[in-house]
Design a protein around this ligand. Structure first.
Ligand SMILES: [Zn+2]
Length: 694
């Protein structure tokens, strides 16, 4: 082996060594800012320059390369298989509770055991990922393993080295650290990264991944670390494991603070509580807000903070007595797809949906799920009779994620074909090649009218209480109405017939009539929503009402004038224009006018305090759900956008907002936490009690 050229010049080598050390230090610092704190100080270009300089120096002086250099994260070669690793202390499982009573029962057993009630708990969201063990020796990452069966796992050190939030060198002098210790954590894939990977697969025509957890599991067990590196996995550490020598801390919370100070990523959402009711409220709170996080969680873990009490409580079977998982209802389940049925919407669109063998998922029994459209069914190759994965998350409508293809083997299942006639009225179904949708074009289609009535009366539109789906179908099925305008003559013309229908009391009908009458005063934007004009949702309706002020002005508007309205695109403008030139629609509006419906809008709705501002919301807020805060911002004239860009006015960031916050910082966009946002609203003249009216 020839000696490296630098060996001939010790001074140059020494200079290079110093520079290499300095670069590694800087890169580690920026990795920590970026991947752990999610608060980068420098842009990508600057980071790349540092990285390139280090790589070049190491190439020129190979004797300076060390395994903990940031350039060596993806240096491992593909392997045949993973070596088995014995965990020095078993990786235990956790007992489960599902509600506050069970949590209280756990607490009471615990208190009886230790004969004291002054116990502090630490709670944190339970990441839906893969548990791993990391071993540091002399401050350097030396081994990482999967949990495996809890006693033996697999050595996946090379793959874990590729994860940028795992420090290869801890941020403390080795002399200040225990000789060796173990840290436990959860590897996960963020929702955004999962979506990015699936987008790549969709583009490549490959089968899509099911969920972030499975994808993270598959990525960690890649035999080629380069593949793992390409998946951008992430980590939260949740526990200090064994320690060679004295434990530097005596409680879990102190351990987490210590690990955080060494550069390991800990979950900032962890909280301490002194009473079990507060723990229960924390857990319940996350059931409702889990979707706001940028990663999946499947519960909340509660631990006794004090290590001495932990030791006193000990372990029963495989579960420690000092920790418990409050598990959320599973959001995915497998069941049989009995039939692909088709429903007809208020604008005549035919929508296929899944009729399922009822299954308990996401905390409720689900027997129907959306299938979106025919193209989606074809893409995923979903067939009636398949076993399918059903997902129900939060308030989102249950959906069929994918068929379980392995269970189809040997069965003859026919691909789905859209019916050629409307399942409700038998008219021919129309389909144009440039759109995914199929339509029933029959204006007298009873299903369409019933849906239109239901929508017209809904809370976001004319807000007629007592006129829901069931009543809408009754009115249509009993031939009491032929159009939306007929609703306003029900009280005068169909009173007797309605009273004759079984199950409708006099009181109930009286209230319904009064509510229908009261809806005549709804402003134009609500009427526009209620009319079921294709492509016109609440935002477009608002833009049109604010811009034109009256139905008359809207009807007189040319196509060009409609297109000139902010937030109204060409397709929407054309749809509105065509709607207002259709004879039947014109007759309907004339009749509604004659019946005394209001045909203008409150002009003062124009020019809300947030008008013209585009705002991004990320993370979870205490005071509002995601929907509520968006409605609030829109109600004040602002625009809510999904991505941070240069035109973003400011970002409202609650806990858990990661990548959007980062992006805002990179672009120097103002970031407001919840309190600052409320303060800003106050500056704009908004008062707390206003939120009740949005
Ligand atoms: Zn029809």
């Amino acid at each position: 082996m020839t000696a490296p050229s630098s060996a001939t010049d010790p001074r140059r080598l020494e200079e290079a060594r110093e520079r290499v050390e300095a670069l590694r230090e800087q890169i580690r610092h920026h990795d920590y800012r970026y991947y752990v704190l999610q608060e980068p100080e420098v842009g990508d270009t600057q980071y790349d320059l540092l990285f390139r300089e280090l790589r070049d120096l190491e190439a020129a002086h190979p004797e300076l390369v060390s395994p903990d250099s940031p350039t060596q994260r993806v240096a491992g070669e593909a392997v045949e298989g993973f070596a088995s690793v014995q965990h020095r202390e078993p990786m235990l499982s956790l007992g489960n509770v599902f509600n506050a009573e069970e949590l209280t029962a756990w607490y009471q057993r615990l208190v009886r055991n230790i004969e004291r009630t002054d116990v502090r708990f630490v709670c944190e969201p339970k990441i839906d990922g893969l548990a791993i063990s990391l071993i540091y020796e002399g401050g350097r990452f030396v081994q990482g393993a999967t949990r495996g069966d809890g006693t033996r796992g697999e050595d996946i050190t090379a793959n874990l080295r590729t994860i940028r939030s795992i420090p290869l060198v801890l941020d403390a002098p080795a002399s200040s650290l225990p000789r060796a210790f173990e840290v436990r954590g959860e590897i996960y894939l963020s929702k955004a990264e999962f979506a990015r990977l699936n987008e790549e697969r969709r583009a490549a025509g490959e089968q899509l991944y099911m969920n972030p957890r499975n994808t993270a599991a598959g990525s960690l067990r890649q035999l080629d670390p380069r593949i793992t590196a390409s998946r951008r996995l992430d980590l939260f550490v949740y526990q200090l494991g064994w320690v060679d020598g004295d434990r530097p801390v005596d409680s879990h919370s102190a351990a987490m603070a210590w690990l955080g100070s060494l550069g390991l990523p800990t979950n900032p959402l962890a909280q301490q509580f002194d009473d079990i009711d507060a723990v229960a409220r924390f857990c319940e709170g996350w059931v409702a807000r889990r979707d706001a996080l940028e990663y999946d969680i499947d519960g909340v873990v509660t631990k006794v903070d004090d290590f001495a009490i932990q030791r006193q409580l000990g372990i029963v079977g495989r579960d420690p007595r000092w920790a418990i998982a409050w598990k959320f209802p599973a959001e995915q389940a497998v069941t049989q797809l009995r039939e692909i049925a088709v429903s007809v919407g208020r604008t005549g669109v035919l929508t296929p949906f899944a009729a399922l063998e009822p299954v308990f998922v996401g905390g409720a029994t689900v027997s129907m799920a959306t299938l979106h459209n025919a193209a989606h069914i074809a893409d995923l190759d979903i067939r009636a009779g398949d076993d399918v994965i059903v997902q129900r998350a939060g308030d989102v409508i249950p959906q069929v994620v994918a068929p379980v293809l392995s269970r189809r083997a040997g069965r003859e299942l026919a691909p789905f074909v859209m019916p050629s006639t409307c399942p409700e009225c038998g008219s021919a179904v129309m389909h144009s090649d440039d759109e995914a949708a199929y339509y029933c074009r029959n204006r007298r289609c009873p299903a369409q009218l019933a849906r239109q009535v239901e929508h017209f009366a809904s809370r976001g539109a004319m807000d007629i209480e007592g006129l829901g789906e069931k009543m809408a179908y009754t009115l249509v099925d009993e031939n009491l109405i032929d159009s939306l305008a007929d609703l306003y003559v029900l009280a005068s013309e169909k009173r007797e017939q309605l009273f004759a229908i079984k199950g409708l009391g006099e009181k109930k009908l009286g209230a319904l009539f009064a509510n229908i009458e009261a809806s005549k005063h709804q402003p134009l934007q609500r009427l526009l929503i209620g009319l079921s004009i294709r492509h016109v949702g609440s935002e477009t309706a608002r833009a049109l009402a604010v811009h034109f002020g009256t139905m008359r002005a809207l009807r007189d508007a040319s196509l060009e004038e409609l297109q000139a309205v902010a937030d109204v695109g060409p397709v929407v403008a054309e749809s509105v224009y065509d709607y207002l030139r259709d004879e039947e629609n014109v007759a309907l509006i004339d009749r509604l006018t004659a019946l005394g419906l209001r045909m203008d809008d409150d002009v003062s709705a124009r020019g809300g305090p947030l008008e013209g501002l585009s705002i991004v919301v990320t993370g979870s807020l205490d005071r509002w759900s995601r929907n509520e805060v968006e409605t609030l911002i829109k109600g004040l004239g602002g625009k809510v956008t999904g991505a941070v860009s240069k035109s973003t006015a400011f970002v409202v960031a609650g806990p858990g907002g990661g990548s959007k916050r980062e992006r805002a910082e990179t672009l120097s966009i103002e970031i407001l936490d919840e309190a600052a946002f409320v303060e800003r609203l106050h500056e704009y003249g908004w008062r707390d009690e206003d939120s009740a009216t949005t």
